[in-house]
Write a protein that binds this ligand. Structure first.
Ligand SMILES: Cc1ncc(COP(=O)(O)O)c(C=O)c1O
Length: 373
């Protein structure tokens, strides 16, 4: 039995390394995983409470319309419930968007490198990917920042979706208000611009706009957010889309996999929203640690762009895979993008110190110029 050629061409699923297995394999007490951009804090107390209260209802299907969560999100952000769609993680909403808007042969445009799911979901949808290279955010630096002028130039009559990942995964850089507004003004109404703000909560630069403000008055713009990162619900799979035009939300709802947002996920997300103050305190700690980690890496002579997310980017180029393998052999799991760079999630100060010590050992062995495993 053969799958569709587009599916056969997808990369085979490769499970991420588990730190407990790695520690056992290396015979060390502890390995750390800084690879998936989760937050290191345990679930919020209100979330744990909501989960135990909901556990007794899990013999029933969840509310397929996620009405309570939708209303809570609408109230939290001051929009109408018709403009909001929860989904089984932001990634499933990306897939629903492609199903809802891309006929085979149409195009999805996005910067590259960016969130690795964009080209894959285009491939599954039978859509073409238009990938617009990142440009250096600082003169002479590595390409790490959206080129919004080139992205707008790349939009044509076949383009149905444009993803702008802000802050960008994996480089952490963010586009500023004036540039993004100019870009949105240029994109024709025939293309839906999706501002993927999975890391919005970690933005500290006041000049990086809140997509929910930009959406207002723009009928071809939507915002994607997730409870997986700042809100600490990665294991429960819940994200949401907000659009100015309820027709966009309606189209995404029509492609919803029935009951894919579990009752536990819905209850946990509502409880998390009720703990926004605690989340803001946790985010502030992550941002402070991000700044410490960035400074520590720069002190070591490494190029690290300013990150507005909960990870940092090391544009190592050619030696990337070797450095990541060497870090892993010292008990630190990062996320390499071969030939390009390593993305390192901001962990606890202790985890980050373990990473820095492992990195020092790797760079000492082989030097900054050409580190190898
Ligand atoms: C840019 C971006 N968008 C969307 C997602 C998906 O988040 P989730 O499916 O966990 O809600 C991620 C997760 O890593 C991401 O980095």
């Amino acid at each position: 039995m053969s799958a569709r050629p587009a599916v056969q061409a997808l990369p085979a699923y490769k499970p991420g390394r588990n730190p407990a297995d790695l520690a056992r394999e290396l015979g060390v007490e502890r390995a750390v995983k800084l690879a998936s951009n989760e937050v290191a804090f345990p679930p919020l107390p209100a979330v744990v409470q909501a989960l135990s209260a909901t556990a007794g209802e899990t013999h029933r299907y969840p509310d397929n319309g996620a009405a309570v969560l939708t209303a809570a999100l609408a109230a939290h952000y001051g929009v109408a419930p018709e403009q909001v769609v929860p989904g089984c993680g932001a990634v499933m909403l990306c897939q629903q968007l492609a199903q809802a808007f891309n006929d085979p042969g149409t195009t999805i445009a996005f910067a590259w490198r960016s969130f690795e799911m964009y080209p894959l979901l285009a491939q599954v949808a039978g859509a073409r990917s238009t990938q617009v290279p990142l440009v250096p955010g600082t003169p002479g630096g590595s390409p790490d920042t959206h080129d919004l002028d080139a992205l707008a130039d790349a939009v044509d009559e076949s383009t149905r979706l444009v993803f702008v990942c802000n802050p960008n995964n994996p480089t952490g850089t963010a586009v500023r208000r004036a540039a993004l507004e100019r870009f949105l003004d240029r994109v024709p109404e025939t293309a839906l611009v999706v501002l993927d703000e999975a890391y919005r909560e970690f933005v500290a630069d006041p000049d990086v706009p809140d997509g929910l403000e930009l959406v207002r008055g723009r009928s071809n713009v939507a915002v994607l957010r997730t409870f997986s990162k700042a809100w600490g619900l990665a294991g429960l799979r819940v994200g949401y889309l907000v659009a100015e035009d309820p027709a966009i939300a309606d189209a995404v709802r029509r492609t919803h996999v029935p009951f894919s947002v579990s009752s536990l996920a819905q209850a946990a997300a509502v409880a998390a929203l009720g703990s926004a103050d605690e989340v803001a305190r946790r985010v502030a700690a992550v941002v402070a640690e991000r700044d410490r980690l960035t400074a520590a890496l720069r002190e070591r002579g490494l190029e690290v762009p300013d990150s507005q997310a909960n990870f940092v980017w090391l544009p190592l180029g050619e030696p990337t895979a070797g450095v990541a393998a060497a870090l892993e052999s010292r008990g630190v799991i990062t996320r390499p993008f071969a030939g390009d760079g390593i993305r390192v999630t901001v962990g606890t100060p202790e985890e980050d110190d373990l990473f820095l010590a492992a990195l020092d050992a790797v760079l000492d062995t082989v030097g900054t110029g050409a580190p190898v495993a």
